[in-house]
Design a protein around this ligand. Structure first.
Ligand code: NAD
Length: 361
């Protein structure tokens, strides 16, 4: 039984039972670093998260879950992962018996986020899940409920909310240095050459498409830059490669916020774009790029520059999320935040399917 529980829950259990005599050998040692298992060893795990986990102070790469046996020796060689900490998708639930793994990080195609979050939560492990959280509000709610029921944390991999320049933009929504915000423009996209026609990012049923992949950046940005939730949306989709892309290639969406604030947003797989601009009563500020791994930077209308953060964004995010678990604090980006974006994404797709009809959120 006890080996199903994270050390945090063991510690609190023992604290609660501290009136009873316990032999010292029964008291679990508090770990200095949480053990993380990456689920899905594609681009983001391989190129960003695993290297970042070599820099983290409060967590470390301990395990992997993969359906590709040929990747195992490569990862073992590179990161010294013990054979006992390697799982596939069929036996992943057995991670419940592994005290070396505290957190399971879901880095799979979006359509699989819910399924594997539930397996991890039911195994008693804290869950970090990549953005977008899932394909529907219903899926997101199921993930939140499952983690709640299993008493584990659920956080979404919105690395920018942990990033210092972005955090200064978030603070400006409250301090209003240029007066009230009037309108915003946000865009994120890249040229997806779509060479591999089978790749899940091109297909709607697997959670692909520009909106799901890149569109959550401008959407999340205009929400965090205003500190407000949108009330209505109208949207339009364009697709110049329908023979390859069964999901959206370019999506435009206009959000209406309280106090007459509007946000025009664009996301695409057809060109490289990356910007957030906030227009206020007495000036403006912008981030360009607003979501690059190599540094978010920007300027204000009166010539001030934002100094880029020179740390590793993913390490910064995972350390914040580890501390939240260790201290039993609420995470910065809980599942509820992922759900809020997915609720708007559903409205965007509904509007686009109805010729841009204004949809109340
Ligand atoms: P990827 O295609 O490179 O990797 C996906 C992995 O899932 C592959 O290893 C693949 O083998 C595996 N997989 C398991 N079951 C699969 C199935 N049924 N179909 C297809 N693949 C399957 O994708 P990625 O770019 O690494 O994206 C993974 C997740 O990470 C996505 O949710 C994506 O949105 C997110 N992501 C986040 C960021 C960020 O900055 N936060 C950046 C990139 C990707």
């Amino acid at each position: 039984m006890t080996n199903r529980r994270s050390f945090i829950r063991k510690s609190s259990l023992l604290l609660a039972a501290s009136t009873f005599p316990l032999s010292s050998f029964m008291i679990p040692q508090k770990k200095e670093k949480l053990g993380v298992a990456l689920v899905g060893l594609g681009y983001y795990s391989r190129d960003l998260l695993a290297p970042a986990l070599q820099l983290t102070k409060h967590c470390e790469l301990k395990g992997i879950v993969t359906g590709s046996p040929e990747k195992i020796p490569v990862w073992q060689e590179k990161y010294g992962i013990e054979s006992r900490n390697i799982y596939n998708y069929d036996n992943m639930h057995e991670i419940s018996n592994n005290d070396e793994i505290d957190v399971v990080y879901i880095v799979l195609p979006n359509a699989l986020h819910k399924k594997y979050t539930l397996i991890a939560a039911n195994a008693g492990k804290h869950v970090w899940c990549e953005k977008p959280m899932a394909l529907s509000v219903k899926e997101c709610q199921d993930m939140i409920d499952s983690c709640h029921k299993n008493n584990v944390q659920l956080t979404i991999g919105y690395r920018l909310q942990h990033e210092p320049v972005t955090q200064s933009i978030i603070k400006m929504s409250q301090s209003k240095p240029y007066g009230n915000i009037q309108s915003l423009y946000a865009e994120a996209g890249f040229h997806n050459s779509a060479r591999n026609h089978e790749h899940w990012k091109l297909h709607k049923t697997l959670g692909g498409g520009a909106m799901m992949d890149m569109g959550v950046y401008p959407l999340n940005a205009v929400r965090y830059a205003t500190g407000l939730e949108p009330l209505a949306v109208s949207a339009k989709i364009e697709n110049s490669r329908p023979e390859i892309l069964t999901a959206d290639e370019t999506t435009f969406f206009k959000l209406e916020f309280p106090d007459g604030i509007t946000a025009n947003c664009k996301t695409t797989f057809a060109e490289n774009i990356n910007k957030l601009k906030v227009d206020c009563e007495r000036g403006w500020y912008q981030l360009k790029p607003m979501q690059s791994y190599r540094g978010v930077t920007g300027e204000t209308s009166d010539g001030k520059k934002f100094t880029p953060f020179n740390g590793n964004q993913q390490a910064n995010q995972m350390d914040d999320d580890s501390l939240a678990i260790m201290k039993n604090n609420s995470p910065l980006v809980p599942g509820e935040e992922g759900l809020r974006d997915v609720r708007v994404v559903e409205a965007i797709f509904e509007s686009a399917s109805k010729d841009g009809k204004r949809i109340l959120i």
